[in-house]
Design a protein around this ligand. Structure first.
Ligand SMILES: Nc1ncnc2c1ncn2[C@@H]1O[C@H](COP(=O)(O)OP(=O)(O)O)[C@@H](O)[C@H]1O
Ligand SMILES: [Mg+2]
Length: 356
């Protein structure tokens, strides 16, 4: 019996040991699966983190792409504008060459006419004097001469010839003026780069056309000129710049004369502002006239574009100005105008010119 007991004890012990072993194994398995679970959890956390990162990066790159797209769009727009400007200036240069040729060819014969007109009118006056002398001393000419005097209407010729020479003179002067403008337009003098005071240039230009600011029949109140700002001396072609100021100012005066016809209450004003912005001289000339229609604005700088009557406008002023500012000074010439609300011309030029 005792032996039996000891056997069952032994068996029990064995079973316990086995049980303990399986518990240990189970525990190990449990531990391992716990570790696996943890590892999995960590892995999924990492994956999640990675995903968020990837999504964020994607979002960021999408934003960058959108930004680049917009930048490209603007660049394309700028390029198109530049291309238009290039085409425009290319047209201008080609026209410049043509115009220079024509101006050169016209200049000489017109000078002959203008120069000889003076002598011709002197000769004619002398002959008239001689005829008068004849008539004084021989008041009763023979019938044939008397007949000729009547047939050529000598008295009318005497009176009309002076007017005739005057108008021929005026015509020749006008042609010379146009030829001069054409030459400036095409040649744009490149030999005269100087450091000059722009404000003095504006003053002298204003002085030249001073009589057009005074009260007149067309402008009973005259024109009020307001000056603002200063500028340091800048490197430029001062003579050419003065021509630009003159062209723009004369246009403003013309515009104000028209505006006063429509609105007699208007106080005609020209405001000239000069300032230095980012190493560039900015000159603004604004009037409170009738402004410029959008259609006209797109053609302003085209040679021979004019809305003025024949004989008054040549349509060259602004195209010459464009040439002088944009091509000669590497600057910008802009027009801002809302129809009915006056016009502003803005000239922007670097204060130093690039050396060629
Ligand atoms: N300040 C202004 N106000 C209104 N219109 C203007 C002004 N400046 C220029 N213009 C318009 O631009 C046209 C072209 O000017 P421009 O080239 O100087 O030639 P022109 O004065 O001989 O007509 C003018 O005929 C006019 O229609
Ligand atoms: Mg003009």
């Amino acid at each position: 019996m005792e032996h039996r007991d000891s056997i069952s004890d032994f068996e029990n012990e064995n079973k316990i040991k086995q049980l303990e072993k399986s518990v240990r194994i189970l525990q190990k398995k449990l531990e391992r699966s716990e570790a696996d679970r943890k590892a999995l959890e960590e892995a999924s956390e990492i994956r999640e983190l990675l995903f968020t990162n990837v999504i964020r990066e994607l979002e960021e790159s999408q934003a960058t792409l959108e930004k680049r797209g917009k930048e490209l769009e603007t660049a394309l727009k700028n390029l198109k504008a530049l291309q238009m400007k290039l085409i425009e200036s290319e047209k201008m240069s080609a026209l410049g060459v043509l115009v220079a040729g024509i101006a050169h060819e016209i200049n000489n014969p017109v000078n002959f006419i203008y120069g000889n007109l003076y002598h011709a009118s002197n000769y004619f006056e002398s002959i008239l004097k001689l005829i008068n002398l004849y008539q004084y001393y021989y008041p009763k000419p023979v019938a044939a001469i008397q007949k000729e005097i009547e047939s050529i209407e000598l008295e009318f010729i005497k009176q009309d010839s002076l007017k005739l020479f005057d108008s021929m003179n005026m015509g020749a002067e006008r042609i010379l003026e146009i030829v001069k403008s054409l030459r400036t337009f095409s040649r744009v003098d490149e030999s005269d780069l100087k450091t000059a005071n722009i404000n003095l240039g504006i003053d002298s230009t204003l002085l030249i056309i001073n009589n057009r600011f005074k009260p007149s029949t067309k402008l009973p109140q005259g024109i009020q000129v307001i000056r603002n700002g200063t500028l340091p001396a800048i490197e430029c072609y001062p003579g050419q710049l003065n021509q630009v100021f003159l062209n723009i100012l004369v246009n403003a005066i013309d515009a104000l004369e028209d505006a006063v016809i429509k609105n007699p209450q208007l106080l005609p004003t020209i405001t000239i502002t000069t300032e230095l912005v980012n190493e560039q001289a900015v000159i603004s000339i604004a009037d409170n006239g009738l402004g410029i229609s959008e259609k006209a604005q797109s053609q302003l700088f085209t040679p021979f574009f004019t809305t003025k009557d024949i004989g008054k406008g040549t349509g060259l002023g602004l195209s010459i100005s464009y040439q002088i500012i944009v091509e000669l000074h590497a600057g910008i010439l802009e027009c801002h105008s809302q129809p009915g609300n006056g016009a502003e011309f803005v000239i922007i030029i670097p204060i130093k010119q690039a050396k060629c």
